[in-house]
Design a protein around this ligand. Sequence first.
Ligand code: HEM
Length: 249
Amino acid sequence: MRRSGMERTNLLLTTSEERLAMASVSIAPVQRQKKIQPLIVRITHWINAVAMFIMIGSGWRIFNDSPLFPFIFHPDITLGGDVQLSFEKWQDSGMGGALQWHFAGMWLLVLNGLVYFAYNFATGRFRMKLLPVTLTGLLGDIGDALRFKLAHDDLSVYNHVQKLLYIGVLTLGVLVVLSGLAIWKPVQLWWLTDLFYGFQGARWVHFFCMTGFVLFLIVHVALAVLVPRTIVSMITGNAPPAHAPKERE
Ligand code: HEM
């Protein structure tokens, strides 16, 4: 059967409209599922977790070589190679190995941190996700948490306690790198070392930043495990609904 030009155009239109309709049906569920964590944030977050593990583990072994306080970290929970072997070969407790871990981890931490900060500042994500933090908001969220009423339904919005913790740990991240640089190059970067009241002051700041990270990690991981959907969102970018609809019997 021969069709007129108009008919052919109509046919084409109908076909493309149909295609469009079909496409929107197939992409609709994907669109409805909100992206909670962008890919860059997820990648940098997990690289940071590995870098932190390296930095803290090797930092503890370096601390053991010349402790600031009257205690040392058990070598089994530190990073720097076998202590016995190191004594036999190099007559030290693994300080050399720990320093190599620490400097390798430092590059990972700093480069990864620069990507994370650049992305969050450039896109305005920091302002959107972490601000504002208000006293009333904080007190309200703490009250809700104590009454086990803190809402976790919308994972795309951080509560005020989370915001404060994240701002705090990001600030510690900047401080730990600056104090580390001051300890690493106290002669070349004398002005930076001076800002920390000298080499010893920078060591103190560096140590207390590490302590802050460890305390943050305990709370952070505990909260993530309490609301496992957040871990899914930090891996896949999306999260399953808080209350999945019950299947019909
Ligand atoms: C090792 C040091 C770690 C640091 C410094 C850290 C820091 C952070 C920061 C700053 C955020 C907010 C990211 C943003 O939205 O821009 C975040 C989110 C998150 N982190 Fe970590 N993190 C660490 C390790 C971990 C570990 C080991 C876990 C594993 C359970 C974890 C689980 C999560 C989850 C699930 C979120 C998303 C929270 C939510 O959406 O409610 N983090 N982390």
